[in-house]
Structures are given as C-alpha cells and as structure tokens.
Design a binder for this molecule. Structure first.
Ligand code: AKB
Length: 320
C-alpha cells in the first residue's frame, strides 16, 4: 500500500485530509506531520504522527526515509491576508516548505502534491470563467508564492521527472478546523456566527464574487488528482477547480432560508477587499474535468445545509 506524508497536518485542509486518506490507504500508511503537536492530538491517536518544522530539510528528509514515503502532501502555507503582514516571512515559509518537499521527493522518488490557489491570479487575469492557461500576475505575496510554486513544481517534473501535481483551490468551507488569515475566511465564519448569534458582520463588500468549495470535494480533489492516470494529464501544476461562486449577499440569502432571523451587515477590511478584488469571480475548470474526471458533489444549497447542521451539532456539544 502507498505511504503518504501530510506536512502541515494540523491546518484547515490537513486536519481533514489525514483521516480521509487513512480511510483509503489505512491508518498506518498515512503519516501526519506538523510543528504544532497540540493541533494534532486527534490525528496522533489514529495513526503515525511526527513533529516537524517543514523548513528543517534534514528532519523532513529523515521522516520521509524512516516511513518509506511514496507521496508528500505539502500543505504548509501562510494564507493571503497573513502573508501581507510580513511578506518576507511568507515567502520563507511557503517557498521553504516547497523547496524541501521537491528536493526530498527528487532524492527519494516521491510524488508531491502542493495546493495552489485562486490567489495565483491577479487583476490582469480575465475575471469571469477564468481559463486554465491565462495571464498570472498576482499582486499579493501569497499569489507570488503560488505562481512561483506552480512553475517550480512543473520544473521538477520536466527536469527531474518528479511526479508533481496540484490544484488551484478556491476558498474552502469546512466545519472541523477554522481557516486562519485567508481572504475567503468569511465564508466559514458566517456559519458559526449565524448559528451562535444569528448575526454576522462581513469583511468583504456586497458584489465580491469568489469561487468556493466544500471540504469533502476539496479532499476528493487532492486524492483523485494524485491517483489519476499520468498519461491523461496534459497539465500538472496547477488545475483550476471550483464548485460554486457567490458573493456575501448570495450566501447570506441561502443561510436566511434556514435561519429566518439571520441578519448580515458589512464592515469592509481594506486589505482583504483589495486582495479579493484582484482574484477571479469564477474559474473555468474544464481541464480538470477532462483530464482526471473532477466533479464536485456540493453546490451552495447542499453545502449550506450540511454546514448549518454540523456547526449546530458542535454548539450543542459545547465545542464552540
Ligand atoms: C485565502 O483566502 O488566502 C485562501 C485561498 C483562496 O487560497 N483561502
């Protein structure tokens, strides 16, 4: 059975990707790694866990050798809004973790999955139905890292034959681990506030359309792409993927259908708004559909219903 290492396992995607991958590959074959042990207590109970600073190449390499890893899922990243606070540090973390992943993969014959993002696009990109191959001139350090990472990963594939693959994730909505420091975080926070207070103050303006995806689809995208037949892949780093596109008014209206007393007002965060304005409104993900069968399950209505149920359960159990 394939052995997988998930680096950054305590984050928003990692905390759900590890259990998802363990169901597919077996608990013992999916190693969770993160520098923050306290965020990985549950993951460490169901399978192998390694404390790892992904910028420590030697320690990273030892773990890959020790567990005879076949595929590295590098989920280490400072998100878009956090990145703007300290761009040099964001570059160091985001590119350092990728450099170690690629170099170790080259030496040990591993495959590498590193998420890219809608943040890889910029204001000069066509905003509607954004094509797979188009202008990519991001204006955030996060986006600069993502474009560089895509190019670097393609280089490791063409130059060294490393099996690098990735997707450009939109905002990911989930009910297990909160995101932190992203521009799309409002689309998660809104559910928690709707359940707890029936009120939400949105930090992006009306009319700010962004692509989004529910976590179960995001997890499926990671594994489906990594398991895809390589002879069918024309692209590698990275595929446009999306499940829905909405602005704050549309998601608020959907929540309102279930919680009639829900109200939303606005207090725009200038940094986040500037970032969101530079990103596409909606992606064209036909290449992912054609090359590896990408097909999301959740639309806005199905995602909203499930999120409200799950967040309510957390409230009932006193977890939030
Ligand atoms: C962010 O908002 O920074 C991320 C992303 C879209 O990559 N969620």
């Amino acid at each position: 059975m394939k052995k997988i290492l998930v680096v950054g396992a305590g984050g928003q995607i990692g905390s759900e990707l590890v259990p998802y991958a363990r169901k597919i590959y077996g608990n013992a074959n999916v190693v969770a790694a993160d520098f923050n042990e306290s965020k990985c207590k549950i993951l460490a109970e169901s399978g192998p866990f390694e404390k790892l600073d992904a910028l420590d190449g030697k320690a990273f390499h030892e773990i890959v050798k020790k567990h005879k890893i076949d595929a590295i899922y590098n989920l280490v990243a400072l998100l878009s809004a956090t990145g703007e606070k300290d761009p040099a540090f964001a570059w160091k973390v985001n590119m350092g973790a990728l450099e170690n992943s690629l170099e170790i993969a080259r030496q040990e014959g591993c495959a590498v999955f590193t998420p890219s993002s809608i943040g890889a696009f910029g204001p000069s990109t066509p905003a509607d139905n954004t094509p797979q191959d188009t202008i990519m001139q991001p204006t955030t350090i996060y986006g600069v890292c993502k474009v560089s990472g895509e190019l670097w990963s393609n280089y490791y594939h063409s130059r060294f034959g490393v099996d690098t693959r990735s997707v450009r994730f939109p905002g990911i909505i989930s009910n297990v681990t909160l995101p932190g420091g992203g521009t799309t975080d409002y689309a998660v926070e809104i559910f928690y506030e709707a359940i707890k207070k029936q009120q939400y103050t949105c930090n992006l303006a009306k009319g700010t359309f962004l692509d989004m995806m529910y976590m179960p689809d995001a997890l499926k995208a990671c594994i489906d792409l990594m398991e895809a037949d390589p002879t069918k892949l024309i692209h590698r780093n990275s595929f446009n993927v999306t499940a829905m596109s909405f602005d704050p008014e549309i998601i608020a209206t959907e929540i309102h259908k279930h919680i009639p007393e829900f109200r939303m007002d606005y207090k725009v965060d200038e940094v986040k708004q500037r970032i969101a304005n530079s990103w596409p409104n909606s992606l064209d993900d036909r290449c992912a559909k054609e090359e590896w069968g990408w097909k999301p399950t959740y639309n806005l209505a199905a995602m909203t219903l499930d999120m409200l149920e799950k967040v309510q359960e957390k409230l009932d159990k006193g977890l939030i």
